[in-house]
Design a protein around this ligand. Sequence first.
Ligand code: HPA
Length: 269
Amino acid sequence: MNAIEQAKSFIEAKTGIKPEIGLVLGSGLGVLAEEVEQAVAIPYEQIPHFTKSTVEGHKGQLVIGTLRGKAVVVMQGRFHYYEGHSLEAVTFPIRVMKAIGVSKIVVTNAAGGINFDYRPGDLMLIADHINFTFRNPLIGPNDDSLGVRFPDMSEAYSKRLRALAKEVAAELKIPLREGVYVGLLGPSYETPAEIRMLRTLGGDAVGMSTVPEVIVARHAGLEVLGISCISNVAAGILEQPLSHEEVIETTERVKSTFLSLVQEIVGRM
Ligand code: HPA
């Protein structure tokens, strides 16, 4: 609790803006932070108890300001378990967002398309997730002041916000898929056999983030919206290897659509 309070005080001393919406931007999707007005950017390494993000395509700063008139706090780059951080460190920024007044978050990521209908560049609303990391950030003694011991996950991704996202996408004529995100640890990509298994188990997209953050967000009582950018088809579907370059290239290509969609949603949240 002390760590959260320290990060909170540090951030609050930097800006008078009280964010109500938090955004977590995934690989290649950090450009959204550049749209923030009255922006105050704080590099993660300056914030007490934050760790450094080490992945290419992730900038590593918190941006606080307004987006479409809403007070927001944006994570430009996130922490992943595969970087060697503890799940506590990975999810710490979510705790801090809650502490500074956030009640709703938008989590975004780049993901591989498991569903045969998905193409690179598609955007997918996360309807639900499967925690295939077999880790949980809430393991350990529960701090009742942060949330309940056994948080409900039956509506991890808010029905209300999903309906809003679909409405906005339809108005902007942006095609939007809806599916199940499977979170794995990484950092190696999946094998074709693993992808076949995940498809059989009900997965539509696969990635290496989001699940721990959403578990902590729900524990903290935050309303969650999740959007995946399908950056590549998952392993084994095409006769070609997967690469981080392809992931970044695709997110780069869909950037303007992604920006319009998320900004309009935020404006109406
Ligand atoms: N698998 C896992 N994580 C990913 C992928 C993928 O195919 N694409 C982007 N992140």
